[in-house]
Design a binder for this molecule. Sequence first.
Ligand code: GLN
Ligand code: ZN
Length: 768
Amino acid sequence: MAAAGNVSTLTQKLKTANLGFPRMGRERELKFALEGYWTGKLTEQELLDNASALRKEHWRLQQAAGIDFIPSNDFSLYDQVLDTLVLVGATPERFGTGPVTLERYFAMARNSREQTAMEMTKWFDTNYHYLVPEWTEGISFKVDTAKLLGEIREAWAFGIEARPVLIGPLTLLLLGKGVDGFNSFELLPKLTAAYRQILEALAAEGVTWVQIDEPMLATDLDEGSKEAYRQVYAELKTLPVKLMLTTYFDTIGDNLETAIALETTGLHIDIVRAPGQLQATLKALRPEQILSMGCVEGRNLWLTDFSAITPLLNDAVEELGVDRVLVAPSCSLLHVPHDLRGENKLSPGIRSWLRFAEEKLAEIVALAHHDEAAWQANAAAVADREAAETTKNPRVRDTLATLEGWDFQRKSPYSQRAPIQRKELGLPLLPTTTIGSFPQTAEVRKHRAAFRHGHETVEQYEAFLKEAIAHCIREQERIGLDVLVHGEFERNDMVEYFAEFLDGFAFTENGWVQSYGSRCVKPPVIYGDVSRPAPMTLKWSSYARSLTSHPLKGMLTGPITVLQWSFVRNDIPRQQTAWQIALALRDEVQDLEAAGIRVIQVDEPALREGLPLRVADRAAYLDWAVKAFKLATSSVEDGTQIHTHMCYCEFEEVLPSIAALDADVISMESARSRMELLEAFRAHGYPNEIGPGVYDIHSPRVPSTEEMRDLLGLALDVLKPEQIWVNPDCGLKTRGWPETVAALENMCVAAKEMRTSLQIESGVQSRA
Ligand code: GLN
Ligand code: ZN
């Protein structure tokens, strides 16, 4: 199928570029160096030496792969946004002023006993977290080019003329938050001056090309932002460096005209996410402008289909000529693991379809140089993946194809279910519960590791789990909670635990990607149709249920969260994979219900994360995401109560979709914002039950009964008493037992006191 005709038009080699390389190192060396430094085992100099060695190794790899434009300043000791704030001199003053020392750098990034760090949030729609710029009027913008120039010199000494990466001024500005309502656009003149100074310094250093990342151009921008782009770049384009204006993660769409008007020497677009933007871009480019084509997926692990990309490359070459086309990854390779070399446990079939950062560099070069052998190997691997039986499960596909409306709908509406549940479950007003996990103590982790590594037998490990669950149930009964949980001691992680039970998932040994700072995650890989060969949680939930007469809540991770926190296959739509996961969860829900577990929680903390960057695409996503949840949860009887849980996000904008989940009860993080979001639930007329978290689980502090009663009071101001549940903000796995018990005891007392005062009130009313 890789039409030879497509190849032949590309007779001359194209130039290649990389946009960023993973920082951690093949063996996560950076993680261990950072953690060594933080715990005092490494000196500052040793940390810096480690970092420098990693940069050199990564440059060497890129050079050896044959990449023409190799980035510098893509490396970071913590985060590239924080680095950019240091560069432009816009770090928050509360951490100190003057040149930023390493100590201050990490103080801004990490919570300590003395100070809370800057806020962290997700980088566009990835799972990478950046530190959020804080914009205030008084920012000095004292440019500090030490890191930027230092890395250029370091690369130069290594024989590499690097193309430094900068986060562009508008993306930086738009990623931040104006403190106390400050309008950050007021900073534009000073910010522009800082970028001028930086580009002048780069020019003086002899740098010819700069990669200036403006992923904000792949989002919906208002007129004011577009105008700001024009103003700022009108100044920057006069400087003697060539700018590669770099967009990624979505289409440049209606920002194309703005982007072209900035008159940068080059423009990078993401051809993997948004191939449709190529033709319009080719037409719009100015006569001398260079197009960098993001052809190799920088965010997922799958091999590139050369035969699908080549026609696009050919079109570009035809329109622009060989000298004006670059081949690149779609975005920085920060979001993929380092290399495949250490992956010996993957099945050879699956392994041959995967490409990590190093292998992606090879793909870029092979595409650009139309290397014949690589082409044939690519065509064979693509064909092999397409034909593979292991990725297809006819039974799952049949079920998906024959779903009916009632598969997505509870038997009766909430108003009819609620009284049945109240009666059958025998719950008081303001029922108390927890979010699922109880402390994952050193002992719990020790046993799990021992079992994993074969130092403990199944019998030993399961005996330990039974013990832990029994203790957890006893404690919850003693504390006086109404709906109990088993504690989740058997789970390492809320996605991987389920993935290991499901067909269609594979696991890497070393597929780490940076989440933030030294934190890395190793997402499972969904390579084929998902199905559930056997129950996943039934055993431990049933065991816990056998120990108590209270309702026991079964705990599952929802389809969207499993999807979002995995590497997802790209050969079928995400929606289909989400629904396949939902079908597997539906089987589990049915098994739990049949075993007498009449309260089942399906966690969906990642529901909002999946939102597409472009507003126009959001409704379609929310529609299938909500349906995935309903597919997983709708088959139960009216008397079975479905809970869901969400945390760390602003829910307001997806509130109608949260309501559409039609969960009987939703618990959510709200203590830190003092129940702020409840107002939105009230305004929306949210009909079902809500457990707004009454205490923050991120610190060991034990909140007092009064504090929690206050928060419940706020909840009662906006919601009906019958709607309210009482629970913490999130799971308790990161806490210790003593503070957990103390906090939950106070919580139950608060609930009891509120109940009593409500009963007195209603008594007064009924007598009146
Ligand atoms: N049930 C999970 C727990 O309690 C929920 C975790 C989460 O919301 N991220 O740990
Ligand atoms: Zn949570």
